[in-house]
Design a binder for this molecule. Sequence first.
Ligand SMILES: Cc1ncc(COP(=O)(O)O)c(C=O)c1O
Length: 388
Amino acid sequence: MAFTKSQRLQQLPPYLFVEIDKAKRAAVAAGKDVINLGVGDPDQPTPKFIIERMHTATEDPKNHRYPFDEGVPEFRRQAAAWFARRFGVTVDADKQLITLIGSKEGIAKLPLAVLNPGDVSLVPQPGYPVYNAASIFAGGQVHHMPLTHGNGWLPDLDAIPAGVAKSARLMFLNYPNNPTAAVAPLPFFAKAVAFAKRHDILICQDAAYSEMWYETPPPSIFQVPGAMDVAVEMHSLSKTFNMTGWRLGFAVGNEAVIAALAQVKSNMDSGQFNAIQQAGLAAIAGADRPEVAGLRDMYRQRRDALVDGLTKLGWKVDRPAATFYVWIRCPEGVDSMTTTRRLLAEANVVTIPGVGLGKPGQGYIRAALTVATERIAEAVERIAKVNF
Ligand SMILES: Cc1ncc(COP(=O)(O)O)c(C=O)c1O
């Protein structure tokens, strides 16, 4: 059989990081001391109190069977209680909240519950690539909403053509934002909710970084009155608790949409291991523990080391208010790919070219604060020697 990939796979954009990945592997293989600011994966271990809960949960035979469809009820209740504490919003843990195998799972499956072939999906660019891929897999037509410095890295909803808005059924938002680190103010969410109501669009607000903030906790879209009519919000334990490998998150939102997502899930997966949900429950209950606040302090130190260091060198960098990303303007006249390539070749520092996450990311690179402050300081020293 001559295998041909499905058209839906062929529709995905080319992977732009091949060359950089290759150069990075070659540098590591050659024994170079590479500082990797490329990956958005916490370098610290999961806090002990969560691991301890996992140990006891694995001993309980009840947890060895198929998980509940909508997730362990106590996990959902704990998540709902946290939602009320954190955002002042009451949600029904049985009807408006569902456990996810990481927020990526919910993002990837939601379009199957919402879109019919040909429906438009509004996707921010630059952005997390899953919004685009999941929309395509569900037969959707993607309309990109450019995020630019000029609009504060928020999509300009007024610039969406009337015909596109009319055919749109789904809009992805992601605040705090990967890769730009922007935070959406509540009035922007209010505007998005009004737009969604006007055009009959479901908003999927990806809040995977909602707890990675530095000074002020960012809002939830559900702090906008009436948002529950038109929105779901994806939450994740991955970054907050250094649990990327555990695969745990939850979706909060409109009851009918949560039920439809549950229906997609029950046909495609069997939920997350109950013991992981038990450990997650302990994590969420401990969201205000010093271990978690300590992570925030650690990232703040790293952020300031990178932002202050690069600013002193003359780079244009905004100090992020949230996420563990720093979105850095490339030197004048140098594009994303060239900047990334040269930082790797001449400083052994790995970054992500902004253009790889979508065309409007051209002229920027993304650095993740996933190495120790001393390594960041070392990276800055090396970058100082690269003559752009
Ligand atoms: C914007 C954004 N959303 C969602 C995710 C997925 O997170 P999770 O580990 O909860 O699946 C990521 C992961 O990097 C991300 O950057």
